[in-house]
Each structure stands twice: as C-alpha cells, then as structure tokens.
Design a protein around this ligand. Structure first.
Ligand SMILES: [Zn+2]
Length: 158
C-alpha cells in the first residue's frame, strides 16, 4: 500500500455497482474486464451510481484492456459524462501497473475515479477492489501529468 498524505477523495459505491463490477469481472475471466463509472461529486468525495461495461478488444486481453472504440465513444458522449474508469486484474493484485499509469495520460478532465478489481481471494469474498483518485499535475512545460492517489472506498447501504 502506498502511503498517501493528501486529500484523496472518498469513493462511495452503490451496492448495485459493486455487484455489477464483480459480475463483469467474473464473466470476463480469464480476460480483463473494463467499463466506465457514472456518478457525481458528493459529500467531499465521489458517489458512483452506475457501472457501464465495455468490451475489451485488447490484442492480449489476458494482460491488457482496450475499450471497444464504439463503446468508448458512446461513453464519452453520455450526459453527464463518466466520472471514472474500471478494469480488472484477473491474476494479480488490484494495484496499478506501469501500463495502467501510461494509459491514464490523455484521459479527459471528467475522469476523477479509477477502480481496479481482482477476484476475491477469501471464501465468500466477491471481488477485491481498490479505488484511486486521478490526479492532474501541470508540468513545467504546461502539459498535464496524470497520476493516481489511493482513495477510501465505501459501500453505501442503498
Ligand atoms: Zn491494470
């Protein structure tokens, strides 16, 4: 776990979203699953109301995710647009990889939340889920560098 001293937001998930993430993760195995998260800023953090699965068309879907272009375009034209991105790590811990960091660059401004899921490891555990806030730091040249800050995940009661 990375120590994070800043003000990463609390990410609150509706139970239906948690269920949908776990189902999509499981149904895509052994491939990575991916999709976008719909929600809004709420109570000093982000509330995730809906998960919209996307097809993974990566050449190597066992180890990577690339959203189907049509799914990606239709997600970007949603009103309001998605606030977050989800994908799964079928065989490794739900921690951001070097490829994940590289894939962040260029994500539109409305993406604030990044969730990574892995299959549950304990009996009865549905999904292991880590949540991150997407950070944007302006570099000396004026370009944006995107990063991830560990966030608190909370499951809403309804
Ligand atoms: Zn990943």
């Amino acid at each position: 776990m990375t120590a994070y001293q800043g003000t990463a937001p609390t990410i609150r998930l509706r139970p239906s979203v948690y269920q949908a993430l776990g189902k999509h993760l499981a149904s895509n195995l052994p491939h990575e699953a991916c999709g976008v998260l719909l929600g809004a800023a709420a109570a000093g953090g982000m509330r995730i109301d809906t998960y919209v699965p996307m097809r993974n068309v990566a050449p190597d879907p066992l180890h990577a995710f690339v959203p189907h272009p049509a799914d990606w375009v239709s997600a970007l034209f949603m009103t309001p647009p998605p606030v977050g991105l989800f994908h799964s790590h079928p065989r490794s811990a739900p921690l951001p990889s070097a490829a994940d960091y590289a894939g962040l660059q260029g994500l539109e401004e409305h993406f604030a939340v990044y969730l990574i899921g892995a299959p549950g490891s304990a009996a009865g555990e549905f999904i292991r889920l880590n949540g991150y806030g997407i950070t944007r730091t302006r570099t000396g040249q004026g370009s944006l560098s995107l990063g991830l800050a560990e966030a608190q995940l909370q499951l809403l009661l309804k």
